[in-house]
Design a protein around this ligand. Structure first.
Ligand code: CA
Ligand code: CA
Ligand code: CA
Length: 456
């Protein structure tokens, strides 16, 4: 394409210079661990930045570190420089703001960027606020109004502005960010940095259930796959919480081991799959008893899930039932869902607009939550969860009985002291060596449901 334009002797559109596959933003060395509200009064108080994310610069580089944090209203950026910001030096921050369309791949000085950007914040010494530039897809245009507030303390420069500077971001959105000092891209020239948006809106907890540690063994006998990507505690669920900011429901899954991303999924975690089954009318026996394909588990006869969440790194979905009662992707809800890692709680979070859950009060619903192994190459008919064999292998869990209908659930949410233990629930089923095709709910382990009432 570019060759054609050049051969015709015309300027090719700048848009062609934007690679189709954009490098994924790099994770910071330290992630956001809570709201940050530094006071901009000419000093940088380290404690005020303790919850901020930190990217380290290379040894001797002009930008030694880039920090970002936010609270409910504002975004805070901090640049720790090798030298105080003196005359004729400039910091430029390029943002690929959420919802913006006019992207471009070069700086104000027309040097190449690492990734596309739509907005630029220009920071110059001696000024009280920054300049904002917007892209039209080819050039940068300075805006009349200055943005935010600047503060200098020694070698550090701070910038604060309303969070709307990140565009139409909401919880979990990562805005690709590049820090440029005197025209040169800093910190990383391989991929952009990323500012992750947290609303820090006060959440109301609707249901929180602690799960015991050390029960990542399914019915009591399962062992981990032997490949080094699986760390002890990766499949140990520690808690589940459902909370709301009124517009969205937040489903939070705590994990014992530090959440890492060994296979580099877009959602920030790799080996786990979290399922949530929601019965909006417990006791009425509407909906489906069978869990998603391959879980080899079901709900009790008086229950039936009406909406389910399938949370994993690559294909997370909101699932509903079709006219035949079979699970299907609820595509509208799935596209509106955000799945991300909250390092402050060592948890995976899925946030979904509440409107997709229809009528009813979550406090009256019943929930079943389980943790399984994510699998990119699943067995036939299995929705991407890892097999459990008699003997563990590199990519197979071990410890299963010699039958065909044992569950693939590794940890089931059941609080200490519950009526039925996880071991009892997952091991009580009519063991069978025949194919699972054609089997019904009563041929599998029965998973108990939890509700606000039941966990009081
Ligand atoms: Ca557990
Ligand atoms: Ca139901
Ligand atoms: Ca458990």
């Amino acid at each position: 394409m570019k060759g054609v334009y050049t051969a015709l002797g015309v300027e090719y559109p700048v848009l062609l210079d934007i690679p189709i596959i954009q490098a994924k933003p790099l994770k910071p060395e330290t992630s956001v661990s809570g709201a940050t509200t530094p006071v901009f009064d000419g000093t940088m108080v380290e404690e005020e930045w303790a919850t901020a994310a930190v990217y380290q610069g290379a040894e001797g580089a002009p930008v030694q570190a880039f920090l970002y944090g936010m609270d409910q209203e504002n975004l805070y950026l901090r640049f720790d420089l090798a030298q105080p910001l003196s005359a004729n030096h400039t910091i430029e921050v390029y943002l690929n703001a959420a919802g913006d369309e006019n992207k471009q791949m070069s700086t104000l000085e027309m040097t190449p960027l690492v990734a596309a950007a739509t907005r630029m914040i220009e920071i110059k010494p001696g000024e009280a606020a920054a300049s904002l530039y917007l892209s039209d897809g080819a050039s940068w245009f300075p805006q009349d109004e200055k943005v935010g507030q600047l503060a200098v303390a020694g070698n550090s420069v701070g910038f604060s502005a309303p969070k709307s500077i990140l565009g139409e971001a909401d919880s979990g959105t990562v805005v690709p960010t590049q820090v440029v000092f005197d025209g040169a891209v800093q910190i990383s020239t391989a991929a952009p940095l990323g500012i992750q948006y947290f609303s820090f809106e006060p959440l109301t907890s609707l249901l929180r259930v602690e799960d015991p540690e050390g029960d990542d063994f399914g019915p009591g006998t399962y062992t981990y796959p032997t490949d080094g990507v699986f760390k002890p505690g990766d499949f140990d669920l520690t808690f589940f919480e459902l909370s709301t900011d009124r517009d969205n429901l937040y489903f939070t899954f705590g994990v014992k081991a530090e959440i890492t991303n060994g296979w580099n999924s877009p959602s920030g975690f790799s080996v786990q799959t979290f399922d949530v089954y929601i019965d909006k009318d417990p006791g009425a026996a509407t909906g489906a008893r069978m869990l998603l394909p391959g879980r080899n588990a079901a709900l009790a006869p008086e229950n039936g899930w009406d909406i389910a969440l399938w949370i994993e790194g690559w294909t997370p979905q909101v699932i509903v039932l079709d006219a035949d009662g079979l699970p299907v992707n609820y595509t509208e809800a799935t596209s509106a869902m955000k799945v991300y890692v909250d390092n402050s709680q060592n948890a995976v979070v899925a946030s979904i607009p509440a409107k997709f859950f229809g009528e009813g009060e979550p406090a009256e619903w019943a929930f079943a939550v389980s943790l399984l192994g994510q699998e990119g190459y699943p067995a036939d008919g299995v929705w991407r969860v890892r097999d459990v064999n008699q003997k563990a292998e590199a990519y197979r869990f071990g410890g299963a009985p010699a039958d065909n209908n044992h569950t693939r659930i590794i940890d089931l949410l059941i609080p200490d002291g519950a009526e039925v233990s996880q071991q009892d629930a997952l091991s009580a089923y009519p063991s069978s060596a025949s194919p699972v095709d054609g089997k019904g709910p009563d041929d599998f382990a029965i998973v108990p449901m939890l509700s606000v009432e039941s966990v009081k």
